[in-house]
Design a protein around this ligand. Structure first.
Ligand SMILES: C[S@@+](CC[C@H](N)C(=O)[O-])C[C@H]1O[C@@H](n2cnc3c(N)ncnc32)[C@H](O)[C@@H]1O
Length: 288
């Protein structure tokens, strides 16, 4: 394959349309590599909140697993829908939404392999999603959710969409709109404190190099100056204000510590940094 020139990394403004376009193309191009590299850690039907390896099975941030039965759940930035598959296996009715067609193709691939396994075991027809049926997939932008008001009991996102959107306040409003009052919304993002540090797993990632308060997006751009990858930063305070302004109540902020058992690096997340700095922030909210 002919490779183009390396994109240039910079910090500059990137609006909603440019960010969305860059993310869609980047995740379409990189979905295969992402699933190859992280699919083993994520499991086909595990619900893991981030590189520390905190499992929903243990954390129960969406509520006790026994209470998930029958609940309509929206997963945002679902990737290959591993979390949705875990929810379906507990009797929930998840919908997995992602901007990237290629990520969703991986979701379908896993469901189809699961159906084949089920059929081989039972000699019967398709089951999929670890016995929970095929996960419904929707390709859409988190900033414009194609669902009616109050159509979900719960919403969740493990590093999906929010680190990549220019208007994260809009995503919070959209989630509030599609949730029923009292519904939970739990999302994980890169811990805001990490913005100040280089994204390196080794000692070079331990020295603050830029301002935590600088919200200028991280952009990789091609030779024409078009963004090919964008990450947007919000401080902890920004996130709290966006949550409350959307009509959501923040009930917990979970900062998973790096566990002894996890020796695996994930990009700039590593046991070395994890012992010293928070890597993931998980916001637990309730629709008012
Ligand atoms: C880091 S991956 C996380 C995927 C999955 N939750 C996981 O844990 O593997 C981020 C996902 O967010 C999706 N995404 C990025 N921007 C989005 C947007 N504006 N709307 C919906 N999904 C988006 C990407 O396509 C990608 O699948």
């Amino acid at each position: 394959m002919i490779q183009g020139p390396e994109p240039e990394a910079t910090r500059r403004i990137a609006g909603a349309t440019e960010s969305s376009r860059a993310s869609r193309h980047w995740w379409d191009r990189n979905a295969d590599e992402y699933q190859l590299e992280h699919g083993g850690f994520l499991g086909d039907a595990r619900f893991v909140w981030g590189p520390e390896g905190l499992d929903e099975a243990e954390a129960a941030l969406l509520g006790p697993a026994g209470d998930l039965k029958g609940k309509a759940v929206l997963e945002i930035g679902a990737g290959a829908a591993q979390c949705s598959r875990w929810l379906a296996a507990r009797g929930a009715r998840p919908v997995a939404l992602d901007l990237s067609y290629r990520q969703l193709q991986h979701a379908r691939r896993i469901d189809e392999a699961d159906e084949t396994d089920e059929a081989d075991r039972s000699g019967g027809g398709p089951a999929g999603a670890q016995g929970g049926g095929r996960v419904p997939l929707v390709q859409a932008d988190a900033g414009r959710l194609p669902f009616a008001d109050a159509s979900f009991d719960l919403a969740c996102s493990a590093y999906g969409a929010l680190p990549f959107v220019a208007d994260s306040a809009r995503v919070q409003r959209e989630v509030r709109r599609v949730l029923r009052p009292g519904g939970r919304w739990v999302f994980s993002v890169t811990h805001p404190v990490r913005w100040a540090f280089p994204d390196e797993p080794g000692p070079e990632g331990l020295t603050a190099a830029s301002s935590y308060f600088d919200r200028t997006p991280y952009v990789e751009q091609d030779e024409r100056g078009l963004a090919v990858y964008v990450e947007h930063h919000r401080t902890l305070g920004d996130r709290v204000r966006e949550i409350t302004a959307a009509g959501l109540r923040l009930v917990d902020l979970v900062e998973p510590e790096w566990p002894e058992w996890n020796t695996q690096e994930w990009g700039g997340w590593s046991p070395l940094r994890g012992r010293l700095l928070p890597g993931t922030a998980i916001f637990v909210c309730v629709a008012e």
